[in-house]
Design a protein around this ligand. Structure first.
Ligand code: PEP
Ligand code: MN
Length: 340
């Protein structure tokens, strides 16, 4: 970290700051300027940084304390410059193959989930999505079928040789959901549920952290840091749109987050154009754009009868739409050196 002394700080004040840093056991690298002195403190461990920064900032002769390193270590690109590939029981997320995750927003019935899954599988999806625990703004709207839905997902995925991604909302359910799911989805509303993140760090099941609809990229990466620090290295991120003043689309899908996260982090990034736009008519264009900017996967809602869907019908593709979309995406993937 770097300590910027106030303009005209005295010799004694500068020495006081240097002594404090040395007493904590860290190295001191001062640059004495004509008007202003700057002191570099090296070797301060991440866990102590915030406390020491605040303590120095409280001194009247310190103007500012700056952290040099980013507030996440395990999520940072420097740790794995080559990038991370998450192995979901043989389906890779982060390699040259773009992972297709598709299925209904919500598991409603066995038949509806099967019909969606069969079409998604036939078109090339390898990961079946479907909500069993649904985060709902209204306590009166459908909350999901819970464990019964997880059983349906598992049975259908096994039958079709697919993997399962599904949301877990409650830290107490992490172990139970792991018995059925191959990827734990942490939803946008839970991105800063630290108990849930810590619990997801205790297992080895891959975790996909959706970006909080209000979250800065740095906060999102810090959420990933919780899971990584807990000992689960199998983390991927998912951009699903953020809240802005725009209301024509359900959210504003921030595609710049893909190359931005890739500069900052080694973690794979998935795009969810369904929650991202809220409109079926926009999903294909955003999928193409996502592939072009380097997304490692797509999470797409597909329903056999969107007009009958209990949730998110307007943004769900029909099973026929999905097949056509995948075919039209292939040349885009090839153009950027990837496959679907
Ligand atoms: C979903 O994937 O259906 C979902 C609820 O996602 P989000 O957490 O991004 O709203
Ligand atoms: Mn949905």
């Amino acid at each position: 970290m770097i300590v910027v002394m106030v303009r005209g700080a005295s010799r004694e004040q500068i020495e006081d700051v240097e002594k404090r840093i040395q007493d904590w056991g860290y190295g001191v690298h001062p640059i004495y300027g004509e008007e202003r002195t700057v002191i570099g403190a090296v070797g301060v461990p991440e866990a102590d940084k915030a406390r020491y920064m605040e303590s120095l900032e409280a001194l009247p002769y310190v103007e500012q304390v700056l952290a040099i390193l980013r507030p996440y270590k395990f999520a940072s690109r420097e740790l794995h410059p080559e990038g991370t590939v998450v192995d979901v029981k043989g389906v890779m997320v982060g390699g040259s193959q773009i992972a297709l995750m598709a299925g209904p927003c919500t598991v409603e019935t066995y038949e509806q989930t099967l019909e969606s899954a069969q079409a998604c599988r036939a078109a090339g999806a390898t990961i079946l999505r479907g909500g069993a625990f649904k985060p709902s703004t209204s306590p009166y709207s459908f909350q999901g079928h819970g464990e019964a839905a997880l059983k349906i997902l598992r049975e259908i995925a096994d039958k079709l040789e697919m993997r399962v991604i599904t949301e877990v909302m409650d830290p107490r359910n992490v172990e139970m959901v792991c018995q059925y799911a191959d990827i734990l989805q942490i939803g946008t509303r839970n991105m800063q549920n630290y108990d849930l993140l810590r619990e997801a760090g205790r297992v080895q099941t891959p975790v996909m952290i959706k970006r909080g609809m209000w979250a800065k990229i740095e906060e999102w990466l810090q959420a990933a840091e919780y899971v990584l620090l807990g000992g689960n290295p199998n983390v991927m991120l998912c951009e699903r749109g953020i809240r802005t003043f725009e209301t024509y689309t359900r959210n504003t899908l921030d595609l710049s987050a893909v190359p931005a996260v890739k500069e900052l982090s080694h973690l794979p990034v998935v795009i969810d154009p369904s929650q991202g736009t809220g409109k079926r008519s926009l999903v294909e264009a955003m999928c193409k754009a996502a592939v072009a900017v380097g997304a490692d996967g797509l999470l797409i809602e597909v329903h056999p009868h969107p007009e009958q869907a209990l949730k998110d019908g307007p943004q769900s593709l029909t099973t026929a739409d999905f097949g056509g979309l995948v075919e039209r995406l292939r040349p885009v993937a090839a153009a950027v050196g990837r496959q679907l």
